[in-house]
Design a protein around this ligand. Structure first.
Ligand code: AMP
Length: 227
């Protein structure tokens, strides 16, 4: 476990299946001061609770499309505000939001008001063939967002979450057809988003084929900047 001296406000970028969820879990263990939120996890909870937003979102998700900016911005800014993350001393990590340049600009204008801007954006760069293999073997525990991979990171009991024993599920958008659309959508939106953060001087890229290769590089970036 490591302490962080300066407030760290992080964003993880990466194609679907690049391991954002897995890296987040490892970072939270390493740096207990960091709190995290995943936009995909929030949406999956809305869907399983059958809220109005969940019903709307599930149509987009099943087609491999992005949720309209306005909806996702409202969901995430409410989360940030409700959890008291909008303060200059806060330390947190965003996974999956912002995903478009417009979302990034709107988020920045909110964060600016509270003097709590993002200060490190890291792209996880994983080869496409590795990602495709991972997706076929991925299972999730929706209430917690914990991610398992039958090959690299299997649950202790097949089909059950290690901590709660509750059932694991396959994401309906983790099939080849929808996944191809998600990957395409990612490629289209990521260029402008990366340019936006590159211009702010806060974008870094870490590359590797496995979580064990990526994690030490990610950790080093964080330690160097915030310790
Ligand atoms: P993820 O778990 O991050 O792969 O997200 C699953 C799905 O939720 C995506 O394919 C999108 O349909 C939707 N989603 C998650 N985050 C966002 C976002 N920031 N903007 C728009 N749609 C999103």
């Amino acid at each position: 476990m490591s302490q962080l001296i300066k407030p760290a406000r992080l964003l993880l970028l990466g194609a679907p299946g690049s391991g954002k969820g897995t890296q987040t879990t490892r970072l939270l263990k390493q740096f207990p001061a960091i709190s995290s939120v995943s936009s995909g996890d929030l949406l999956r909870k809305e869907i399983s609770s059958k809220t109005q937003l969940g019903l709307l979102a599930s149509g987009y998700i099943q087609e491999g499309k992005l949720i309209p900016d306005e909806l996702i911005i409202n969901l995430l800014t409410s989360y940030l505000s409700n959890n008291k993350w909008l303060t200059p001393k806060s330390t947190w990590l965003l996974d999956g939001f912002p995903r478009t340049q417009n979302q990034a600009k709107v988020l920045d204008s909110t964060l600016d008001k509270f003097n709590s801007k993002l200060n490190l954006v890291v792209e996880l760069n994983v080869p496409e063939e590795v990602i495709l293999e991972r997706i076929e073997n991925r299972f999730v525990h929706v209430p917690s967002g914990r991610v398992y991979n039958l090959q690299y990171n299997p649950p202790k009991i097949l089909g059950k979450d290690d901590i709660t024993g509750e059932p694991l599920t396959k994401r309906p958008d983790d099939n080849i057809e929808v996944f191809a659309k998600r990957l395409q959508e990612y490629k289209v939106t990521m260029g402008p988003l990366k340019d936006y953060y590159e211009n702010q001087g806060i974008l870094k890229v870490v590359s590797g084929e496995t979580s064990d290769i990526i994690f030490p590089k990610l950790k080093e970036l964080i330690v160097n900047k915030f310790d």
